[in-house]
Ligand binder design. Structure first.
Ligand SMILES: O=C(O)CCC(=O)C(=O)O
Length: 357
């Protein structure tokens, strides 16, 4: 979710799942998962190639983020290395590419395998236990569940990084966008605790961002089953435009484009039958792909379990830097010192992760 006017958490929150281990202070028991992470490293370690980066040319604000305590960000991907898998996604069926182009959203069933789902589950749990200073609570205090978001954590979260650079998501984004090159843009964790009532209101993502261009793709990946009532929904074809006014989700303020610069969103919920709404019940392994201009929204979740989602966003050939006069969501502090307006997103924060061969 972009642009919520929300309270910032300055460090680890104390999240409690219904299945949390009381011996562990109510936190999820990660010991088995951590062990699994080690096993995954052993099995798949050789598919990751580490490149050292030259962080010295980065402005201080970026360097601070890139040179965090564990310096894990020193790893960037080399070329895309195929991940061992049961399904061959190297040739994406034409109908999926056509659906993405036509509707601005498509669900790819079982694109990622159980090991990759487990990497993400570990990544989200680790993220929830060590929230970044960018994390937000996007629900009201009286809501029975919290809506927790965090942004741009791939440099600090080894699970995320392994998933992003080791799974087929980058290659599939390239095929969907019909691009020759794919850059990582950023990651976004969106967890709704059990019984969260907070809706994610209808919005487009790109008006909150600092990019110009049409070749882009986000992937919304839930590690929990999500029913049709709680899933992410889309207005088919809305990615063809126009850009609509981005507003803060809870106070409905225009904090990005000045009031009047863009048309306001219609009240879609009040007239749902008038819109071509798409949405898929999903199982872990399914990946919902969408364009950053496609209008999307989701409801709250039932009390039966959390809805833990990882959204990862990719950029194609025509994307250039569009610095704004306001703080974008997410923000990339100091980036304008490195990338002039209109420049390709050629920067260590946005590594190339796939090239068409
Ligand atoms: O998960 C949600 O509720 C919203 C997701 C979203 O807005 C996004 O991934 O861009």
């Amino acid at each position: 979710m972009e642009g919520a006017d929300v309270r910032v958490i300055q460090g680890g929150g104390s999240l409690r799942w219904e299945n949390a281990d009381p011996r562990n202070g109510g936190q999820p028991d990660l010991s088995e998962r951590q062990e699994l992470g080690g096993i995954l490293e052993e099995i798949h370690g050789d598919v990751y190639r580490d490149n050292c980066r030259d962080a010295s040319r980065l402005p201080t604000t970026l360097r601070e983020r890139l040179d965090g305590p564990n310096k894990l960000c020193a790893m960037t991907p080399g070329e895309h290395v195929p991940f061992p898998r049961a399904l061959d996604w190297s040739q994406l069926p034409e109908e999926h590419v056509a659906a993405f182009e036509r509707d601005g959203a498509v669900c790819l069933r079982q694109l990622i395998n159980p090991e990759e789902v487990e990497l993400l589950r570990c990544g989200i749990e680790s993220n929830l236990r060590h929230l970044s200073p960018r994390a937000k609570i996007a629900s009201r205090p009286e809501d029975p569940g919290r809506f927790v978001e965090d942004f741009c954590c791939w440099q600090e979260n080894e699970y995320y990084r392994r998933f992003i650079f080791g799974s087929p998501v980058g290659a599939v984004a390239g095929l969907l966008m019909q691009s020759n090159t794919v850059r990582l843009y950023h990651d976004h964790m969106l967890t709704k605790e059990p019984a969260t009532r907070q809706r994610t209101p209808w919005h487009q993502d790109q008006p909150y961002y600092n990019i110009h261009g049409r070749m882009n793709c986000s992937m919304w990946i839930s590690v929990d089953p999500v029913g049709r009532d709680s899933t992410l929904e889309f207005i088919a074809g809305s990615h063809k435009g126009p850009w609509l006014m981005p507003r803060s989700f809870m106070s409905n303020e225009a904090k990005w484009f000045p009031e009047g610069d863009l048309a306001n969103l219609p009240d879609i919920e009040a007239a749902r039958e008038d819109y071509p709404i798409l949405g898929w019940e999903v199982e872990p392994g399914d990946v919902v792909c969408f364009h950053m201009l496609t209008l999307h929204a989701s409801a709250g979740v039932p009390g039966t379990g959390p809805r833990r989602v990882f959204s990862v966003r990719f950029l194609g050939d025509d994307i250039t830097h569009a610095p704004r006069r306001w703080a974008t969501s997410p923000e990339f502090p100091g980036l304008t010192d490195d990338l002039p307006p209109g420049a390709p997103m050629d920067h260590p924060l946005f590594p190339v992760m796939w090239k068409r061969s």
